[in-house]
Design a protein around this ligand. Structure first.
Ligand SMILES: [Mg+2]
Length: 235
């Protein structure tokens, strides 16, 4: 067998990936937050699921996604007085985990080409680990903005820290994710080769109306699935 090549002579060393909506669908996280927790709360309080759902949701909203607690499942279990460990809750909804079809084969090709693969996610580490188990072997590092850096969004500073830890230049990194700002605009600010993943094409239409000019300029960096990366970096 040939030793893996150092990339393909294109200067790229690392491929970074978002998790929710990128490697896996949103289904598992939604099931845990919007079914599992309200259901457990309904049972504990002896109320209907609907009542519990409304209450739990209003409590989520009071905190909001700009506070670090939003992302911490232990915080919420404690807040609602639920004795159930998060591992048990995760197990219950394991069937909701869906790794997108083409992901594994593309990761395999990139790895064989000699690239280092990493995860750069906003989700808490326990969510990332549980959802990516079957493909975990492909990744050398897992970075969680919330768990590892105490940041609620993936900022350009988050990406700069990741590069520093990996001892690579931003120009040697390709990042792919499904959030226009946190996966595309912010990594591009520091020179990372970011690709915007638009799996259903809807976001594209919306964004186009809003930021037509930027969008048209960036068209070559919008891909509809992971095979788009192979077209650019491997084939
Ligand atoms: Mg995402």
């Amino acid at each position: 067998m040939m030793p893996p090549a150092e990339g393909s002579g294109n200067g790229i060393k690392v491929f970074s990936f978002d998790v929710d909506g990128t490697l896996v669908s949103q289904g598992f996280a939604d099931a845990v937050w919007l079914q599992g927790i309200p259901k457990a709360y309904a049972e504990k309080e002896g109320m209907s699921f609907e009542q519990a759902f409304e209450f739990v949701k209003s409590e989520y909203e009071k905190i909001g996604e700009n506070r670090i607690e939003w992302y911490k499942i232990d915080y919420w279990l404690r807040k609602f007085g639920l004795e159930i460990p998060y591992e048990q809750l995760f197990k219950k909804y394991e069937c909701e985990i869906k790794i997108y079809d083409e992901v594994e084969s593309v990761l395999e090709v990139l790895k064989d080409e000699g690239y280092e693969l990493i995860i750069s996610s906003n989700a808490a580490t326990e969510f990332i680990d549980f959802q990516t188990q079957p493909i975990r072997k492909f990744f050398s590092h897992v970075f969680s903005a919330t768990s590892d850096f105490g940041e609620v969004k993936k900022s350009n500073n988050f990406y700069a820290q990741v590069c520093e830890i990996l001892r690579v230049k931003p120009q040697e990194v390709v990042h792919t994710g499904d959030h226009w700002v946190f996966d595309f605009i912010n990594p591009r600010k520091i020179g990372i080769n970011a690709y915007y993943l638009d799996r259903n094409g809807n976001a594209k239409a919306d964004e186009k109306e809003k930021k037509n000019e930027i969008k048209v300029k960036n068209e070559e960096f919008v891909i509809s699935d992971f095979n788009g990366l192979l077209d650019v970096f491997v084939r």
